[in-house]
Ligand binder design. Structure first.
Ligand SMILES: NC(=O)c1ccc[n+]([C@@H]2O[C@H](COP(=O)([O-])OP(=O)(O)OC[C@H]3O[C@@H](n4cnc5c(N)ncnc54)[C@H](OP(=O)(O)O)[C@@H]3O)[C@@H](O)[C@H]2O)c1
Length: 319
């Protein structure tokens, strides 16, 4: 692609060379001919065949008609799945200081994945020390951080993941108290009873469907469920959760959906805390990086097969 290094002055347009782009499950709902998510928030509007796909990412300004940015600035914001982005006025974009950390962290642990884990755990679930936490898709981008934050806070944490390599990683490298391969289990209610004989205080739900049903059946009274995502439903509408509402009522369980974009007010607190943990070696950044724009389709499809371990990112170019 040939890119001009000039933009018309006063247009406020910024041309960005894309360096890292985020690969996220929710994009599949934007690609459907219909999904109720598309009208719920402007961040999830539908994309039509032939249109570019905007995504969170890191880039470098190559030309700017906006006085806030100049050539060479590192930016983070809404760029596109491609080599370059023409960023129009009003689109979320900001300069950032890498703080001596890898640029890719802005897309994962210090980006929306990290903020989702942080806000979902601390604002929605309000953990207390010693509480029992269960997290699904626990080796994924959000899930691994939920578990690591919860452990640092003093909770007991069990994660589920889709293969034994992921289970070993959770227990041996990320400090989870326990973990299991949900694909080897035939009765998830009984499985969770085995891992939480006294019940679950907090369930951080990334998957929905029968895992949510099983978690609700095993919640303690006054348990909290953060409904973060329902990835099992994204590719199969028949996989809709049907939790026992008698349990919800009589055990006074709070199930709360949330979107990370509503939690920008905790961003600075999240950033400070997470950078401190990183510098002290208390938290690990789990990244899964593919290279080249041509790897975006397989990276994206791989999310729904469990190919990724940690945050899925595509590196488009070197800085
Ligand atoms: N509420 C928000 O603001 C917000 C923000 C970010 C993400 N999310 C949601 O959070 C969830 C996790 O997102 P992420 O970015 O961290 O992705 P991720 O967990 O890094 O990647 C997706 C993982 O989900 C698991 N998975 C795929 N298909 C599945 C299925 N049918 N049933 C069960 N598990 C399946 C796979 O792991 P296994 O090998 O373990 O199956 C896969 O690796 C998603 O539901 C996403 O939409 C919500």
């Amino acid at each position: 692609m040939e890119v001009t290094n000039r933009v018309e002055p006063g247009t406020n347009v910024v041309i960005v060379k894309n360096l890292y782009v985020s690969i996220d499950p929710y994009q599949v709902n934007r690609m459907k001919s219909f999904s109720s998510s598309q009208s719920a928030t402007k961040n999830a509007v539908g994309v039509n065949p032939g249109e570019g796909i905007d995504a969170h990412g890191v880039g470098k300004v190559v030309a700017s008609g906006n006085t806030e940015f100049e050539k060479g600035d590192l930016i983070v914001g809404l760029i596109s799945w491609g080599d370059y982005t023409v960023v129009k006025p009003g689109v979320l974009l900001r300069k950032f200081d890498p703080l001596g950390l890898p640029l890719s962290y802005q897309v994962g642990i210090l980006g929306f994945s990290g903020l989702t884990a942080y806000a979902g755990l601390f604002d929605i679930c309000k953990p207390k020390k010693g509480e029992k936490v269960f997290v699904s898709a626990a080796s994924g981008s959000v899930g691994n951080l939920v578990g690591q934050y919860a452990k640092l806070f003093g909770c007991y944490v069990v994660g589920s993941a889709g293969n034994n390599e992921k289970v070993a990683l959770l227990k041996e490298k990320l400090g989870f108290d326990d973990a299991f391969n949900y694909k080897e289990e035939t009765d998830l209610k009984a499985t969770l009873k085995r891992y939480f004989p006294d019940g679950i205080d907090i369930y951080f739900d990334n998957v929905g469907a029968e895992m949510l049903d099983a978690a609700v059946a095993n919640m303690k009274a006054f348990g909290r469920v953060a409904a973060c995502g329902v990835i099992s439903e994204y590719t199969d509408v028949r996989k809709r959760a049907a939790p026992n509402m008698l349990d919800v009522v009589y055990k006074r369980i709070k199930i709360e959906g949330f979107l990370v974009v509503d939690y920008m007010n905790v961003y600075q607190d999240f950033l400070r805390t997470t950078c401190d943990h990183l510098r002290n070696g208390e938290i690990q950044a789990l990244e899964d990086i593919s290279n080249g724009v041509e790897s975006i389709p397989s990276a994206f499809a791989g999310l729904f097969c469990g190919d990724n371990i940690g945050k899925k990112i595509v590196q488009i170019a070197q800085e």
